[in-house]
Design a binder for this molecule. Structure first.
Ligand code: AMP
Ligand code: GLY
Length: 452
């Protein structure tokens, strides 16, 4: 698109997390100067654009909002509305949207469906078997070495995967996940629970976000997330406690290999299945050391000859990956997403800033289990240069003060010439934020900083 006049002038962002705050900021920075609104948003997004109290899974309400506000383009953040067919419904109403329709969103909503596609098209991934009752699942686990991974088939808000260190732990996970009714909307959960059991892969994880439009795609800057709650990657998995980009472990050669062996075959496989995918394909990849046995942990991962294997597909932007990927993008995000949505992505190149970005997630103490809400947050009057606070679980109280309203509360992101400087700035900003229930990991980026 040579001229901006062909870009939409009004955009609705759906969602309420740090990811959506980063999307809103990047869209507002477009030279096309679109009007941007958000539903439902959070206290930080509301400082930037108008927010409307329509829940992210209220499909009819969102279509009506888009119509009422004369929105030309909807950018969908989270997976649940995609799985519920928000993009299908918007298209029926004549409104363009970025994000897959329900058929494409199934690649995230069903891990068994994805594994079947990976195996059918020979895309590298861990061997796996599927079960809907405990006895054969337990017999299978006993025939495999521990550690072993047990996954619920459906969306489970990050709680559906157990990396079991022992057979006993795996058996407990099988019983628990087969009994799980899951927190997802009932329309997504009408099938009896199924599980997938797969070999445990050792190595470094990396997040590859790909903007896809049919068989065309653009790979965004590579990032790494920190999934565990505690320093040194300890404790339970979370939605993500911090991220950084670039991920130096993914050298240009390794990225070329990931493109050749995973991204291109994945995009082609999805198209061959008859899915017209227009949205973000987020490929979670394990970089397996070439000499590792499938079950070897604590190996030295991440050499240039690492074997990349698919852990999962998500069909949306990552959170907190988006908070470090978008600040590194010089390219107009509105133009990029619009091209993908309307099928004009072929030949598109993106411009990436050389600086490093690092995001520290500030959570409420207790997350990912029980955590309090309603604690007042005090922000410093000034931030270090290049630092942005993306809001996630925040809301305004009756007196107008900003308070905590979720497990992951803020994404404190810094862009700097080096990752070390980005970490120093992000942590200086985190330390200046006051909140009695503030918790953050202290080692975001440490793996890369200490690898040198
Ligand atoms: P998923 O939602 O399938 O990506 O799983 C969530 C997290 O569980 C991943 O980000 C990994 O940290 C871990 N995980 C999933 N599958 C495996 C596997 N086969 N081997 C080792 N870790 C895994
Ligand atoms: N940070 C991982 C995810 O968005 O699923």
């Amino acid at each position: 698109m040579a001229a901006n006049e062909s870009l939409p002038t009004s955009v609705l962002v759906v969602g309420s997390g740090g990811r959506e705050h980063a999307l809103v900021r990047a869209l507002l920075a477009s030279p096309a100067r679109p009007r941007v609104i958000c539903a439902p948003g959070n206290a930080g997004i509301a400082q930037d654009v108008a927010c409307f109290p329509v829940a992210a899974d209220a499909i009819t309400g969102l279509v009506e909002l888009a119509q009422r506000e004369r929105i030309a383009f909807v950018v969908v953040g989270p997976e649940v509305p995609l799985s519920l067919g928000l993009v299908d419904a918007l298209q029926k109403a004549g409104i363009s949207a970025y994000g897959p329709k329900a058929d494409g969103a199934r690649l995230e909503a069903s891990k068994i469906y994805t594994k079947e596609i990976l195996l059918k098209y020979g895309i590298p991934t861990a061997p796996a078997a599927f079960f809907d009752s405990p006895a054969p699942a337990i017999a299978y686990v006993r025939s495999r070495p521990a550690p072993i991974v047990v996954k619920a088939d459906g969306l489970a808000a990050g709680k559906g995967v157990v990396v079991a260190q022992t057979h006993a732990e795996a058996e407990a996970a099988i019983r628990q996940l087969l009994a799980l009714s899951g927190p997802q909307p009932s329309t997504l959960n009408s099938q009896p629970p199924r599980i997938l059991i797969e070999d445990c892969l050792a190595g470094d994880e990396t997040s590859i976000l790909v903007v896809v439009s049919g068989r065309d795609y653009v790979i965004l800057p590579v990032s790494q997330d920190h999934k565990r709650i505690g320093d040194g990657d300890t404790g339970p998995n979370t939605g993500g406690m911090g991220a950084y980009s670039p991920a130096e472990i993914v050298t240009p050669d390794l990225l070329a290999r990931i493109d050749r062996e995973i991204v291109r075959p994945s995009v082609d496989a999805i198209a061959s299945e008859g899915i017209d995918f227009r949205g973000t394909l987020f490929i979670g990849i394990m970089l397996c050391p070439p000499d590792s046995q499938p079950s070897t942990l604590n190996s030295q991962p991440g050499t240039a000859t690492a074997l990349p294997k698919v852990l999962e597909y998500n069909t949306r932007f990552g959170d907190p990956e988006t908070q470090v990927v978008l600040p590194r993008l010089k390219t107009d995000l509105l133009d990029l997403l619009w091209r993908a949505a309307v099928g004009r992505l072929a030949g598109t190149k993106i411009d990436i800033r050389p600086e490093a970005a690092l995001c520290v997630v500030v959570a409420a103490k207790g997350y990912p289990d029980r955590f309090p809400k309603g604690d007042i947050i005090t922000f410093p009057p000034a931030l270090p240069p290049g630092t942005t606070i993306f809001h996630a679980g925040t809301a305004k109280n009756a007196a107008g003060a900003i308070m905590t309203n979720g497990g992951r509360v803020l994404g404190v992101t810094a862009l700097a010439p080096t990752l070390r400087e980005a970490a120093a700035r992000a942590y200086a900003a985190c330390d200046a934020i006051q909140c009695v229930t503030k918790y953050c990991r202290r080692d975001i980026g440490a793996r890369q900083l200490h690898r040198r």
